[in-house]
Design a binder for this molecule. Structure first.
Ligand SMILES: Nc1nc2c(ncn2[C@@H]2O[C@H](COP(=O)(O)OP(=O)(O)OP(=O)(O)O)[C@@H](O)[C@H]2O)c(=O)[nH]1
Ligand SMILES: [Mg+2]
Length: 441
């Protein structure tokens, strides 16, 4: 029956009777329910599940030592996280993560704040961005490794990927430092960057206005992509659109409470007046808190996963040789990729093996020739020594012969002398007197 229906549909498509829109197989029919079924509770189910699981949010604070990173974090979450100060004598940039469990009403938030200790303190700042890039990549890699596991547990995995980077710009009133531009350029494809002008109470209103414009134009001219608050969701399109125009936010941080009128407010007190942190005419702190926490926290998490992590994952898998399509743009499955990689690997292995065999044969030949040369050398040496030895022997032989002849001649002379002496004693009738001395001789 199904086959018959399929044949009928296919025939209709081939004959051009139906387009994809009019074909019954592709058409969706809207039906009204006879009564309440209950799937309208699906959003509530999602909310309840998410709330029970809890949320996590990871903030990377990049900025020079003492620029006000910790104070701003404390002010943003209205919590005293830490008071520890970094020294200006760090040999390099070091990333320091700290995780806190926070609860607001019934929502649990696992917040991780990562600090860049020693940023901007070295004489040579060329490599300052590297530890930050490496840290972000390491968090992506951890997540990828978890995803690639056969037995995954992503639901209770502590996601340490950086959801946002608050980039603290010094309120110089001039322009961005090259360290800022280089670092932001290196980070913009890896994390959502929100630039902020720190300690905005130390710069005048008109200077701040000009500085903000300058910073934005420098970011644009250097092709630095900062995070744009999304405007595709109608509910937040207007506020996000307006806030995009306020970037970079000029912020002031403080946990000090000052009485203004009859209210205690967070502020910084100076001899000439009070800077109220949450007063929008004093600074953009509220704008930052609204955008970062109240409106776009979920979008930042989503962008991290869908854009930045996706890019990392794609590059990493491509690097490993995985691809979705073959050279003819035909789908290429994981199995095929695995087979192709396996064959490629085996081919390479064979090639290497062959190469090694040839090298081994060559080495053996070389060693053989070397040994032969050495053998010949030894033979030559031996022959030479033999010749020398024979010559020496010959010489000694000649010397021995000479000495023998000399000895024979001496003996003959001695015998003749003795005979002569005996004859002379016989004629004179004397007895030979042998003195001890002569005998010895
Ligand atoms: N004028 C002004 N001073 C601030 C502001 N925020 C922080 N400070 C002061 O700046 C000093 C350093 O602030 P921290 O928050 O410790 O700065 P940090 O960037 O965390 O410093 P390290 O962690 O040591 O690198 C402190 O004396 C703060 O009171 C601000 O918005 N305006
Ligand atoms: Mg700090």
């Amino acid at each position: 029956m199904t086959n018959l229906l399929l044949f009928w549909v296919l025939e209709g498509l081939l004959l051009g009777v139906w387009s994809k829109e009019t074909c019954p197989r592709f058409q969706k029919r809207s039906l009204s329910l006879g009564g309440h079924v209950g799937f309208d509770s699906l959003p509530d189910q999602l909310v309840s599940k998410s709330v029970s699981q809890g949320f996590c949010f990871n903030i990377l604070c990049v900025g020079e030592t003492g620029i006000g990173k910790s104070t701003l974090m404390n002010t943003l979450f209205n919590t005293m996280f830490e008071k520890e100060e970094a020294t200006h004598y760090e040999p390099g940039v070091r990333l320091k993560p700290r995780t806190y469990c926070l609860k607001e009403t019934n929502v649990d938030l696992k917040l991780t704040v990562v600090d860049t200790v020693g940023f901007g303190d070295q004489v040579n700042k060329e490599e300052s961005y590297k530890p930050i890039v490496d840290y972000i990549d390491a968090q992506f890699e951890n997540y990828l490794q978890e995803e690639l596991k056969i037995k995954r547990s992503l639901h209770d995995y502590h996601d340490s990927r950086m959801h946002v980077c608050l980039y603290f710009i010094a309120p110089t009133g001039h322009s961005l430092k090259s360290l800022d531009l280089v670092t932001m350029k290196k980070l913009d494809s890896k994390v959502n960057i929100i630039p902020i002008v720190a300690k905005a109470d130390t710069i005048s209103k008109s200077e701040l206005h000009k500085f903000k414009i300058k910073v934005m134009s420098e970011l644009v001219s250097n092709g630095v992509q900062i995070y744009q608050f999304p405007t595709d969701d109608e509910a937040v399109a207007e506020i996000n659109g307006t806030m995009n125009a306020h970037l970079p936010f000029a912020v002031v941080g403080s946990m000090e409470e000052v009485k203004v009128g009859n209210k205690l407010v967070k502020a910084r007190q100076y001899p000439w007046g009070v800077v109220q942190i949450e007063n929008e005419s004093h600074c953009d702190f509220v704008k930052l808190r609204e955008m970062l926490i109240r409106v776009n926290m979920e979008d930042l998490r989503e962008q991290t996963h869908a854009r930045h992590y996706e890019l990392y994952r794609r590059c990493k898998l491509e690097e490993m040789g995985f691809k979705d399509t073959d050279p003819d743009s035909e789908p290429f499955s994981l199995q095929e990729t695995y087979e192709a990689k396996r064959n490629e690997f085996l081919g390479e292995l064979q090639k290497k093996e062959e190469g090694m065999r040839q090298m081994f044969v060559m080495r053996v030949k070389e060693t053989e020739t070397d040994l032969k040369d050495k053998e010949k050398e030894l033979h030559d040496k031996f022959d030479q020594l033999k010749r020398m030895h024979q010559e020496e022997k010959k010489k000694l032989e000649e010397k021995r012969r000479d000495l023998e002849e000399e000895m024979n001649a001496f003996n003959r002379r001695r015998v003749a002398a003795q005979t002569l002496q005996a004859q002379s004693y016989q004629t004179t009738g004397q007895q030979p007197v042998k003195k001890d001395k002569d005998r010895k001789k």
